[in-house]
Design a protein around this ligand. Structure first.
Ligand SMILES: *[C@@H]1O[C@H](CO)[C@@H](O)[C@H](O)[C@H]1NC(C)=O
Ligand SMILES: *[C@@H]1O[C@H](CO)[C@@H](O)[C@H](O)[C@H]1NC(C)=O
Length: 350
């Protein structure tokens, strides 16, 4: 590249003999000119290298226009020595991206359901199922719901199915807590959009994995998440540990994530990372982007710590086992919610 060329040039100039000794004055003038030229070359090479390094840093961490926040957390980032590939850039508009991986043995220790239990495993990313406008409407539902509660730590969740809402260091049942007042917060349209989005994601997963959409069911936990850079106060806030969804929740067969905000625009850090033996592969969140994958150990993953801003997403989980099926949430549940708003598991499928 140009860097190498300028190095060669610098060496040649430095090593070149002054040649035949002509007039002392002329030589001194040439020497000064050479020194200035070398200095200029070195400076521009250093500036170029610095710019490249800075750009790399920016693209890795999604540093906002205003610069790095004062208490930048580095533990959530991927160490520079590791191998990292980007599966989906925030700026990409992906139609259908799919990477097949061999299925793990996790499915062997569970009952198999014909036409649903994964035979083909892998990961898909698409920006073509949910529009950015729909993602924004869904994000506003999440904002409204989560504004009623919120964890003391950096990770809050709202599960419209069980009613679980983070509040301080615990969870409350949204439906029991707010009763009929829930109808002042959410509308029938909100629930209809939520159901529609869930259905379209389910259909896409079925299509990509070659299974029947009617053979897979929504399961729990399925929830909204809101994450920021505030430190964890309880283990519920520690979303960044590597995990396998099917190990944590045996009923899971397919996990999907719908992102509701943009990496490096709305927040920094917070990328999704598939952790393979040979490399880490990142999915950069983008509003309206759906990331989906089979839930077994073939898809060990983690989420980086959020460094600045606020990250919104929904986890929508599917099972092949009709016994673990859950119903779409209803506005009319009020204080008659079917589930008890129990605490979600320790390792949330994020
Ligand atoms: C993947 O990232 C983790 C940290 O999150 C690191 O320990 C590991 O070495 C990385 N793997 C590779 C293959 O680079
Ligand atoms: C993160 O969210 C919590 C509410 O869950 C809030 O108390 C806290 O101030 C937020 N932190 C930042 C840095 O915005």
């Amino acid at each position: 590249g140009p860097g190498t060329e300028s190095c060669v040039l610098v060496t040649r100039v430095l090593c070149s003999e002054p040649g035949a000794r002509k007039g002392r004055v002329q030589q001194d003038a040439r020497g000064r000119w050479l020194k200035a030229a070398i200095l200029l070359l070195l400076l521009s090479a250093a500036a170029g290298g610095g710019l490249v390094a800075w750009n790399r840093l920016r693209s890795q961490d999604g540093i906002p226009e205003g610069g790095i926040p004062a208490d930048g957390v580095t533990e959530g980032g991927i160490p520079a020595d590791g191998v990292t590939e980007v599966l989906a850039h925030r700026s990409d508009h992906l139609q259908d991206k799919f990477v097949q991986v061999p299925c793990s043995e996790d499915y062997e220790s569970h009952q198999r359901f014909a036409g649903c239990t994964p035979r083909k495993c892998g990961r898909g990313v698409t920006d073509a199922v949910i529009t950015r406008e729909e993602a924004e409407r869904i994000r506003r539902i999440a904002e409204r719901g989560l504004s009623l509660g919120g964890s003391d730590g950096g990770a809050s969740i709202l599960d419209l199915h069980s009613g679980a809402l983070s509040l301080g260091k615990h969870f409350v049942n949204l439906y029991r807590y707010f009763g009929d007042k829930i109808q002042d917060i959410f509308t029938e349209d909100d629930f209809a959009l939520y159901r529609d989005v869930r259905q379209r994601i389910q259909q896409r997963i079925a299509q990509v994995f070659g299974i029947s959409s009617s053979a897979m069911y929504l399961t729990k936990p399925t929830f909204f998440s809101r994450m920021n850079s505030t430190g964890a106060k309880t283990t519920h806030d520690e979303y960044w540990h590597p995990h396998v969804d099917k190990v944590t929740y045996g009923s899971f067969d397919y996990t999907s994530l719908l992102y509701l905000s943009d990496y490096s625009k709305d927040f920094g850090g917070g990328r999704f990372v598939f952790m393979d033996a040979d490399s880490n592969k990142t999915v950069e969140p983008r509003a309206g982007r759906v990331s989906f994958f089979t839930s077994g150990s073939e898809n060990l993953h983690r989420v980086e710590r959020v460094r600045w801003g606020t990250r919104f997403a929904i986890t929508i989980s599917f099972t092949c086992d009709p016994q673990h099926r859950i119903a779409d949430p209803q506005l009319s549940w009020g204080d008659r919610s079917p589930a008890g708003g129990e605490e979600p598991g320790r390792k949330l499928p994020l």
